[in-house]
Design a protein around this ligand. Structure first.
Ligand code: HEM
Length: 511
């Protein structure tokens, strides 16, 4: 039976709701979208920091979109490594116009773009907890899950401690055996194609092959024997990536993610699919109590369910929801970057054949025609130098972002709470003061004495970041790249295809 609400109470209720709505709107429109941008711009101007002006709500997003559209089709000559105007035209233009650092606006969020290594070091290695990861776009979060890369404080420590053991060198050497098997399968496919040609040649889109290979590798590292089912997670993620990219420069509007737009409904459907696939993999393991020693197994072993009944609870447990987020994140973070590293390495080895030959000699010296030995991959010194130089010239990660949790001072810059800081990795990798006059050239010799001696600053190479939030998968990635390249060098010589567009290569199989 429904009770009638007295009219006065109803009136009070409606008035309260109206007051809340007006206060929220006031805060959002007037404070966040008008007053704060004005005050922040003024504060930075007084410090001598300038930048493009703020447009209501959109910030500089339209300007960025137009600049990117204009440079999208930019074609470079083979061997010209100056691709930055194509991928980061806005950073280059604003740096030339306003100096370093400069202020710009992503929607209503102030962003300071820094280029100085010492400032970057202070921010990335800070343990104060005052520089946190910047807010991720809601579509990106739906895609990759709120895992390790997006956590802070005690939650981040707990997750990193549970996951770290999977990435110890000893564990990784075991995983490398499987990486070599997958690489061998890829090589056999290419050899079979080449054998049908009288010159033993085959023309391939090598990036596609490396993409498939790195998906297999990360699927196996996370899901072990269930990796085939795990790969369907990847297919759903790839579709979601399309939606993410299309909305990347759209300013997130509060509440918009709940509206049943076509893109949102598609996103929700894919999210449900991702979850259900992951549950299909997880449930049988939980039921059998056989967790496995892959990443998922290690996380399940730590899970709250697994710990029930155990006497000691060590505070190192992940909930099922957290495990699902981590699977999504690791799948996303763990393949495309390495595929790019491999593709750009093969590109550079194709246009610098003397280095291709040097690396091949090194591989034959170490392994002869035998399958590369995971325990000896670290002896491939020249290959490591080439991989580092590839990461420097063609860093797969384009920038890192942090946000201040309180008013902070870095160097001489006063940053108000909530300011985002952008660290543009590939631009810093071309800094002539840090890397010398040949910063735009391919010169693996600069890494002859390792990373720390390569630049005039101690942490010049930022491809895997530095400090506590550095890339947890960097050793995994380097072993994956080394094992694949070693096998490819033993079996093929490679050159850019004559009608080279995008990523076409001619691979010639050795007999
Ligand atoms: C060439 C390959 C790779 C590159 C260039 C790369 C780059 C990076 C960078 C720059 C960061 C720091 C991001 C930031 O501070 O905002 C990072 C973090 C991370 N990477 Fe990688 N990555 C690679 C491979 C991998 C692989 C293979 C995995 C997993 C197996 C992985 C998992 C992660 C995770 C989970 C984080 C977040 C760590 C944390 O916040 O504690 N990455 N990566």
């Amino acid at each position: 039976m429904a009770f009638p609400v007295p009219p006065l109470l109803l009136l009070l209720l409606l008035t309260a709701l109206l007051v809340i709505a007006v206060t929220r709107l006031w805060d959002y429109v007037l404070v966040r979208l008008v007053w704060r941008p004005y005050a922040i711009t003024k504060g930075f101007r007084e410090q001598g920091i300038h930048g493009p002006s703020y447009s209501f709500f959109k910030g500089c997003n339209e300007e960025i979109r137009i600049m990117k559209e204009n440079t999208d089709g930019l074609v470079l000559d083979v061997g010209d490594h100056k691709y930055l105007p194509r991928i980061a035209p806005h950073y280059l233009k604003w740096r030339a116009q306003y100096g370093e650092p400069f202020l710009y606006w992503y929607g209503p969020q102030a962003r300071i773009c820094i280029f100085d290594y010492e400032l970057a070091r202070q921010i990335l290695s800070s343990k104060s907890g005052h520089f946190v990861k910047n807010d991720a776009h809601p579509t990106l979060l739906a895609l990759v899950g709120k895992g390790l890369g997006f956590m802070e404080g005690a939650d981040w420590v707990r997750h990193r401690r549970v996951i770290n053991p999977v990435f110890t060198i000893d564990k990784l050497k075991i995983v490398t055996e499987t990486m070599l098997d997958f690489a061998q399968n890829m090589a056999s496919e290419l050899e079979a194609e080449a054998s049908r040609n009288e010159k033993a040649e085959t023309k391939v889109d090598i990036n596609k092959h490396f993409s498939d290979l790195t998906v297999d590798n990360i699927a196996y590292a996370i899901f072990g024997n269930s990796y085939r089912l795990g790969k369907q997670v990847f297919e759903a993620q790839t579709e979601m990536l399309g939606i993410t990219m299309a909305t990347f420069l759209d300013v997130p509007i509060p509440g918009f993610k709940y509206l049943p737009t076509e893109a949102n409904r598609r996103k929700w459907m894919l999210e449900r699919k991702l979850k259900s696939l992951l549950r299909q993999i997880i449930q049988p393991r939980l039921a059998s109590g056989e967790y496995g020693n892959d990443l998922l197994g290690v996380m399940l072993d730590s899970s709250t369910e697994a710990k029930q009944g155990r006497k000691q609870v060590d505070g190192l447990s992940l909930s099922m929801e957290e495990i699902i987020h981590e699977c999504k994140l690791f799948f996303f973070a763990g393949h495309e970057n390495t595929a790019l590293l491999l593709t750009w390495s093969v590109y550079l080895l194709s246009i610098y054949p003397e280095w291709q030959e040097r690396l091949r000699k090194e591989v034959f010296r170490e392994f002869g025609r035998e399958a590369p030995n995971p325990n000896a991959l670290n002896k491939l010194k020249e290959m490591t130098m080439v991989l580092f130089e590839t990461l420097r010239l063609y860093s797969p990660a384009l920038f890192m972002q942090r946000k201040t949790l309180a008013d902070m001072t870095v160097g001489s810059i006063k940053l108000p709470k909530g300011t985002a800081i952008v660290i543009p990795i590939p631009i810093m990798h071309r800094d002539k003061d840090a890397w010398g006059d040949d910063a735009d050239e391919f010169n693996p010799m600069r890494f002859e004495n390792g990373i720390s001696g390569a630049a005039k600053v101690p942490h010049g190479l930022l491809a895997f970041s530095m400090g506590p939030r550095n890339c947890i998968g960097q050793n995994f990635s380097m072993l994956e790249a080394k094992s694949t390249l070693a096998l490819m060098l033993q079996k093929f010589s490679f050159a850019l295809s004559h009608d080279y567009i995008g990523f076409m290569w001619t691979m010639t199989a050795f007999d």
